[in-house]
Design a protein around this ligand. Structure first.
Ligand SMILES: [Zn+2]
Length: 290
């Protein structure tokens, strides 16, 4: 026991010195922060000079961004095809809408731009609009793509990967050309257009994750965004979409204010056959329900 007395005493003295130093520092910090509170009321700046990245991301604000939904844009040949008639607008109406948006100073953005905005990595232009197409029909190549190229307007195309090369759907060759233009963002709409709310875990996982990989293999580029078939999704689909590494996901719910908190259940709008000033005043007067 006696052997320990000397070193123990030494440690005791060291301990007292260290404790004194720590207290001294604490008192000086408290004084500094008190000074700051008294002087300018921003004491946090002394203690937390920078916020961690996650905090900055959370500061990204909601944005008013119409995400327009389109399906068919063509002159429907089969007058008995009621589904197609209902979802269709003619190429001339579509072109009129594109011109009206440009004249009203809207700037088209990709869905990944909104995703990057939510991550705090990108700014959005004034009056942003996202033009989105579902399913990947053949008419995107024959009717839509030439109009978008003519007016240099960006759009996002949600492709059902497993339906490529089927009649009425885009071919892989067409998709590669569209993707290579840089004007169109290619995004996923699952492998087989299933209802994710009703699907089991294994199927949902495959449809959400594998469609992304398959598309990336075809276009040779990363895929960032997703659309739920029929706008149908569950908490589990959101979890899988996030896990797969998508930046955003769109629904068919109607609305115009997009928030970081709903980046995996974003609102969209259907312009239908509205054109010119009617289209623009409709867009500018939309109010989301509180
Ligand atoms: Zn669809």
């Amino acid at each position: 026991m006696m052997k320990l007395t000397y070193p123990a005493g030494k440690f005791l003295i060291l301990g007292i010195i260290c404790t004194g130093l720590v207290f001294g520092l604490l008192i000086s910090q408290t004084n500094n922060s008190t000074d700051n509170v008294q002087n300018n009321g921003i004491s946090q700046i002394t203690i937390f000079p920078t916020l961690p990245n996650r905090e900055i991301t959370n500061l990204v604000e909601s944005t008013r961004l119409p995400i327009l939904t389109y399906h068919y844009v063509e002159v429907v040949q089969d007058k008995n095809d009621t589904i197609r008639q209902k979802l269709d607008i003619s190429p001339s109406i579509f072109e009129n809408q594109i011109i009206a948006l440009k004249e009203a100073s809207y700037s088209a953005v990709f869905m990944k731009d909104l995703g990057n905005y939510f991550e705090g990595k990108e700014k959005l232009p004034d009056k942003p609009v996202a033009i989105t197409f579902d399913d990947g029909y053949r008419d995107f190549y024959t009717d839509v793509f030439p109009i978008l190229k003519k007016h240099s307007v960006k759009a996002t195309l949600y492709v059902i990967t497993g339906f490529l090369d089927r009649p009425n759907f885009l071919t892989r060759v067409q998709l590669k050309e569209i993707a290579g233009s840089g004007l169109i963002e290619i995004a996923s709409h699952t492998l087989h257009h299933i209802d994710l709310k009703k699907a089991d875990e294994k199927t949902s996982r495959q449809e959400i994750i594998e469609s992304k990989k398959a598309l990336e293999d075809i276009i040779g580029n990363k895929v960032y965004d997703f659309a739920y078939p029929y706008g149908s999704y569950s908490e589990n689909s959101i979890k899988l979409v996030k896990e797969a590494g998508y930046l955003t996901a769109v629904t068919t719910k109607s609305g115009i204010i997009q928030t970081p908190g709903n980046k995996y259940s974003l609102y969209r709008l259907r312009p239908d056959t509205k054109t010119g000033k009617v289209l623009i005043s409709w867009l500018e007067n939309i109010q989301d329900k509180k």
